[in-house]
Design a binder for this molecule. Structure first.
Ligand code: HEM
Length: 417
């Protein structure tokens, strides 16, 4: 059987991965009409898998582990070293419970309401501005809201710098050269800042509110009753602030989708919450953000006729699964109503990973993301009018992560009456 599994017979396919970006895995699974193939990336053998059945095995903790899967260059930029992303087993489940306890429905609503209030507060300034780059506004606004929500002190004049650092970490993923180094410098600077705050909370120099994300992270104890090293606590607190800021990317895609599909503006007017939610879900499915996820085989097993050997690197295609025609029928059509019929599976819609977040690595911030997107969509559709001037809205699929080139410029903003 194993001979039938396609193999990219190259010395190393990293250059093709860089050239094809989000489409690298999908191009091959489409061409071979199979949901796995073997390749070599960054000097090692790897197997790429895609589709709902692939998601199910990828999230089986008996088969896969995360420790040792993420390259150092990703840990030094996007994740941080010794972060939750690299943990397995009981230690992971325990730390994950901390994250999830801070991100329940009430906390989601509180943050979304803060974001909504911040958007409304932008209107007077925007009405006077010649042009507004939505991505830049969103990242600063979300960084400010994230810090306030988490109880992290942030001076207004510092907001732009910290927001940029968080985005530089995100946009270092998949980068080589200057973009990678920018991400490393951003991480060092942000970790120094946040570690200082954690130490001040522990020394009682900063009074953190009971139940706040800041206090819970600073005082969290592992299963042996030990506090996290201040450096690791900083990495984990950044693991909350950075991705909230990064929702700016989805917000930019949401604004673009309103422009590209103007009939949905009318559909969303009036603020029907169900429609707004379907629209936000479709933005998360349709546009490229997370490309793929990596894990290492924990112990030998066979799947679809292929022998997965202990230690093998496996990449799960997120973008391809969100565009799999077996799941979505017409994946390249932007159609929010499709979520009316979606079966709610934990394994077929994976912009934030798959399976149950309390048992595996699926993102704990999915609810926050959705609520912030809904609040922002309501603002863009129901609270303001604006024009979109000619600009470069191309989304390069060979850049990971990507974004409309212009960052989405709007002008002539007016408050709706
Ligand atoms: C993990 C996507 C927002 C916190 C992940 C994973 C993905 C993801 C794909 C990895 C899943 C896996 O490894 O199996 C996103 C996207 C977001 C977003 C596209 C939108 C911007 C958030 C938010 C938070 C957050 C708002 C927190 C407030 C985390 C954490 C992890 C994670 C802590 C690691 C979980 C673990 O390893 O168990 N996210 N996320 N993310 N995300 Fe998010």
């Amino acid at each position: 059987m194993a001979e039938q599994i396609p193999n990219e017979k190259t010395i190393d396919d990293t250059i093709d991965l860089l050239k094809e970006g989000y489409l690298y895995i999908k191009n091959r699974t489409d061409e071979y009409r199979i949901n796995l193939f073997e390749t070599r990336l960054l000097g090692q053998k790897a197997v790429c898998i895609s589709g709902e059945e692939a998601v199910k095995i990828f999230y089986d903790p008996e088969k896969f582990k995360r420790n040792g899967a993420a390259p150092k260059r990703v840990q030094k930029t996007l994740f941080g070293e010794n972060a939750i992303q690299t943990l397995d087993g009981k230690e992971h489940i325990r730390r994950k419970a901390l994250f999830l306890s801070l991100m329940g429905p009430d906390a989601q609503q509180r943050l979304a309401q803060m974001a909504a209030a911040e958007w409304e507060a932008c209107i007077p300034k925007w009405e006077k501005a010649v042009r507004i780059v939505l991505f830049d506004e969103a990242k600063n606004l979300l960084c400010r809201a994230a810090c306030r929500w988490a109880g992290v002190p942030l001076r207004e004049e510092e907001t732009g710098k910290r927001a940029q650092e968080f985005m530089d970490m995100v946009y270092a993923f998949g980068a080589v050269g200057p973009r990678h180094w920018k991400g490393r410098m951003a991480r060092t600077s942000a970790e120094d800042w946040v570690r200082g705050i954690i130490e001040d909370v522990r020394a009682d120099k900063i009074k953190a509110e009971d139940g706040s994300v800041l206090k819970e992270m600073a005082l969290y104890r592992d299963k042996d009753g030990r506090q996290l090293d201040a450096q690791i606590a900083a990495v984990e607190l950044i693991n909350v602030l950075r991705p909230i800021t990064a929702i700016a990317t989805f917000i930019t895609f949401a604004a673009l989708s309103l422009l590209e599909h103007p009939r949905y503006k009318g559909w969303l007017e009036g603020g029907d919450e169900q429609r707004i939610e379907w629209f936000a879900q479709e933005v998360r499915r349709f546009y490229p953000f997370g490309p793929f996820l990596g894990a290492k085989v924990r112990k030998n097993f066979t799947w679809n006729g292929y022998e997965f050997k202990k230690g093998l690197l496996v990449l799960l295609d997120m973008y391809g699964t969100n565009h799999d025609e077996k799941i979505w029928g017409d994946p390249d059509v932007f159609r929010p109503e499709r979520f009316r019929d979606w079966n709610g599976s934990l394994f077929n819609f994976i912009p934030h990973g798959g399976s149950d977040p309390s048992r595996g690595h699926r993102c704990p911030g999915e609810g926050i993301t959705l609520e912030i997107m809904k609040a922002t969509l309501d603002f863009l559709v129901n609270k303001i009018d604006y024009d979109v001037p000619a600009q470069n809205l191309n989304i390069p699929l060979n850049k990971i992560p990507t974004l409309p080139e212009s960052g989405f410029i709007i002008q002539n903003v007016k408050k709706k009456t």
